[in-house]
Each structure stands twice: as C-alpha cells, then as structure tokens.
Design a protein around this ligand. Structure first.
Ligand code: NAD
Length: 488
C-alpha cells in the first residue's frame, strides 16, 4: 500500500514533454487538463505538444538510434528488467493513477499494472534471443547469412483504455530490439505514460531513446512525423477509423506499421457447454475493464437449448456489479471514460430496445456526476441490430440465440472485425473445428481472457495487422537483412 495521498501522488507526476532526456514545456507553454471520469474534476494540466514538439522528439530519436542500436542486447535486457522491478515496486502508485485518470476499479488497475509490467520482463528475456541463421543455398554454391537489425525510430500511439499495458506492450519490444521511439499517449490518460517514462529513465534508458509528446491535436503532431524519412515505423493501438487514416498516411513512405484496432468479439456458448463456466467466462470477457476493451465480448451467441438458463444466470450476476468511483472500496464497475462514450453506449441500448430487444437488467443512465452507466443485459437481439454491428465499449451484453454451429459461425464472421472469439464447449473436436472456422486473430476456448504477454496478441480483417507480445512481438521492431556469400 502506498502511504501518499492522491494529491501527493499527482504532485509527483511529470507534466512536461520528455525530449532528448529532458522534461520540457510544450512550444508556447500550452497545456491541457486531464480529468477524473468519476467526478469530471481536473486532476492535472499537462503539456499540449505541437508539430514542432513532435519533430523535436524525432530529432532526438534519430540522433540516439545509431548508438542505441549497437548497445549490447544484454544491456538493453537489463534496463527492461530494472524497469519491471521499478514498476512492480511502484505498482500501487501506478494503479491509483490509472484509476484516477481512467476510472476503472482499483483492483482492475492493479491487475493492469501487473500485466503491463510483465511485458517489460518478457521482452527483457527476448532481447538476448534475437538471432539469425547461416545456411548453405540449395545449389550448394553460396552461403546465406540472415540477420536482424532494429527497424529504427518508431512512433508509438496508444489508447486510453489500458494506460500502462498499451504503452509497455510497445515500449518493451522496441527497447529489446534496439529501436528509439516517440510515444504519443492518449490525451485522456497521459499521466500513467509520463510516470512510466520517469521510471524507464530511472531504469537506465539512455537519453533520446524514449521521447514523449502529449497533445490534444494528435493529427497535427503525427502528420509531419509520418512524412519524415527518419521515422521507420508506426505502431498504433486505437480505433479502426483512426487506424485506417494513419495507415493511409504511412503508405506515403511505405512505413512499417502495426495496427491493433477495434474488435467485436463473438462469445459462443454451445449446447454442450458447462453453462455456469460459460457465465463466469462471459462476465470476464464482457466486464473486464468495464467493457472498455478491444477484446470485450460484444456479441454473446447462445445455443437455443441453453439460452434461457444462461441468460437468467448471467443477468443475475451482471446486476450484482457495484457501480461507483474506482477508488471506492467495494466498487466493481467504474465510470465510462467520458460523456461522449456514455451517450454512444446509451444510444446503442435505446436503439436495440426500439428495434425489439428486451432489457433483463440495466439500461438507465444514473443521475449525478461522473460518466456512469449500469451493467446491462439485452436479449432478443438479432444480427441486424446496430448494437452488434459496432464496438459497444461499455458494460452492455447483447445476447443472441443460434440453432446450429454453422449459423453461429456465419453470424460471428459477419463482422468486419476479427480480433478475438470465445467458445465454450465440452467437445474438443467442436472447439478445434470452430477455432479453424472463426475469423479472428485470437481464440479463447472455455476461458474469457486470452491476453498474455507471452502470446501473440492481434487481429485480422478490420482489427488490424501485426502482433504484440510473445516471440512475434519483437519481430515487429526488427528488419531482416540477408547477406549472400559466394562459397570460398
Ligand atoms: P482512438 O483511435 O480515438 O485513439 C487512439 C490514439 O490515437 C490516441 O492516442 C489518440 O490521441 C490518437 N489519435 C486519434 N486521432 C488521431 C489522428 N488523426 N492522428 C494520430 N493519432 C490520433 O481510440 P481510443 O478511443 O483511444 O481507444 C479505443 C479504441 O482502441 C477502441 O476501438 C479499441 O478497440 C481500440 N483498442 C485496440 C486494442 C488492440 O490491441 N487491438 C487495444 C486497446 C484498444
């Protein structure tokens, strides 16, 4: 437990840009407010970076790249390992900061810090394993040498929903690979990234390797960077529309890109499922992060023979969530991130009800401050309804009924997204068959959580391209270079 008060914690958070190893104000001294979604109150004002500030970050990243790329993998690994230990030692501060700026219950923030820290540890172990190969060409006349080198300066853009984990999931593999970087955190939750930057520096990251620009005008900051030939990679996590725009901009100079975009996860409960286990799984898949997760179960598809039993049990458990400020003991569901999100969630629910869905619980916006929305379960949902066509990003579970596996697969695959799918069944053959038929980058079988730093996280179709975590995660930051050698 941390002994400091919220005010003392906030006073310890840097509020400037981090450029070339120094905390500096934004051009013209501009700042913007960061607010607490549980109250709407201002927490801190942080630097509002401009295009020129972004370019100063790239200048620093470019200058640092050559020597950083030559730094011994073991030295890079040790910095990451120290960062893991420092984040772990300050876990309570990070967790409280996440709850303050993002709103999730403290227990969930603690879990995110542990998850986010694991990327630092995982990639500290991957850095010394970067390797290539030396082989004889098939005709026996040449030798083939294949080696890896860092891509170069990277722009890392992160969303607000997992303020530490989305940052470490990019920073850690970039550090491990020997890339320098410019981090652009979401303007709704920049504080965690700023504290993390301080910790990374304390862990020994040399000047210029990690630069941070906070801004309310991300397009103005990112456009000149994406057009600058010194930048070699864009790694983006966020919504599909913004990802599309950034990918188009990145195509100008054929930048390497990783795109971790939106999801619309189907959650299949088969006729032979353990219904109680499926309810537990659905609660996790739907309610982790209050539903504000790209991997959130968005379309719960239940076989007709177990639909009534599942829906009744599930609605009872959903209505037991305790809605309140994330810092209050006992809270199990915090506020949504802002009023815009709440309006969107509320409109989707109202639209579904108007189109014939039934509310089993929730559906009413509570009075009072903060952007709260109750846990909500809808039944009688059909695939044509708007609520199952787009990401809900809130604590709302639409339940649909299916009659056979083929129908479930057809509905599941009808989405433009393909990030993750969940299947509950006791039949291993069915699980494997469905895992081959469902169009998604990840699949959870009899589990509601798949995220794991040791596994490749990412999607197909409009959910993006590239993978973060696992052995695959570091490859995103490495170039493959082939050297042909004539036989002596
Ligand atoms: P968003 O797309 O609005 O913003 C993401 C980031 O992009 C933020 O840092 C934002 O400031 C920046 N941004 C916005 N417009 C930009 C522009 N024109 N140029 C450059 N940068 C710009 O998304 P969000 O609301 O912060 O996050 C929620 C979205 O992120 C959801 O769609 C969710 O599914 C997705 N997400 C995906 C994953 C994944 O791994 N696939 C993980 C978490 C969140």
């Amino acid at each position: 437990m941390s002994a400091v008060t919220d005010d003392q914690l906030l006073a310890s958070v840097p509020t400037s840009l981090y450029v070339d190893g120094a905390w500096v104000p934004a051009e013209g001294g501009r700042q913007f407010d960061v607010t607490d979604p549980a109250t709407g109150a201002t927490l801190l004002a942080v630097a509002d970076g401009s295009a020129a500030d972004g370019l100063a970050c790239l200048d620093a990243a470019d200058r640092a790249q050559a020597s950083w790329g030559r730094t011994a993998p073991r030295a890079r690994a040790e910095i990451l390992r120290r960062a893991f230990e420092l984040v772990t030692a300050r876990a309570e501060d990070f967790a409280r900061l996440i709850t303050l700026e993002m709103g999730k219950p403290l227990a969930e923030s603690r879990a995110e810090v542990a998850y986010g820290a694991e990327f630092l540890r995982w990639f500290s172990e991957e850095a010394p394993r970067i390797s290539g190969r030396y082989a004889t060409a098939p005709d026996g006349a040449n030798r083939l040498l294949v080696r890896k080198r860092p891509v170069g300066p990277c722009l890392l853009i992160t969303p607000w929903n997992f303020p530490i984990a989305m940052a470490t999931r990019k920073i850690a593999p970039a550090v491990a690979a020997g890339c320098t970087m410019i981090l652009k955190p979401a303007d709704l939750t920049p504080l965690t990234s700023l504290l993390l930057t301080e910790v990374m520096t304390e862990a020994g990251l040399p000047r210029g390797v990690l630069n941070v620009v906070t801004t309310t005008d991300p397009a103005a900051v990112s456009s000149p960077l994406l057009g600058d030939r010194r930048l070699r990679k864009l790694s983006f996590t966020g919504s599909t529309p913004v990802g599309r725009r950034l990918m188009a901009a990145a195509s100008e100079q054929l930048l390497r890109v990783s795109m971790e975009l939106g999801g619309n996860a189907p959650f299949l409960v088969c006729a032979d499922a353990d219904v109680e286990a499926a309810v537990e799984g659905a609660l996790l898949a739907k309610m982790r992060n209050g539903g504000e997760a790209c991997v959130a179960a968005n379309r719960i598809l239940v076989h007709r023979s177990v639909a009534a039993e599942f829906s009744e049990l599930f609605a009872a458990r959903m209505s037991a969530f305790v809605l309140g400020p994330g810092s209050e003991p006992g809270t199990t569901l915090g506020p949504l991130i802002d009023e815009r999100s709440r309006r969107k969630v509320s409109a989707l629910v109202d639209g579904a009800v108007a189109a014939g869905a039934s509310l089993l619980t929730g559906g009413t916006v509570p009075e009072g401050p903060g952007y709260f929305y109750p846990p909500t379960v809808l039944t009688g949902v059909t695939p044509a309804m708007e609520i199952v066509q787009q990401e809900i990003f809130g604590p709302v579970a639409p339940v649909m009924v299916f009659d056979d596996d083929a129908e479930a697969v057809r509905v599941a695959n009808s989405s433009e997204y393909g990030l993750v799918a969940f299947v509950f069944t006791r039949d291993i053959d069915r699980a494997l068959r469905l895992s081959e038929q469902l169009e998604s980058g990840m699949l959870g079988i009899n589990t509601g959580v798949v995220s794991n730093p040791a596994a490749p996280f990412g999607g197909v179709k409009a959910s993006g391209l590239g993978r973060e975590g696992g052995a695959e995660g570091i490859e995103e930051y490495l170039e493959t270079v082939y050297v042909g050698i004539r036989d002596p």
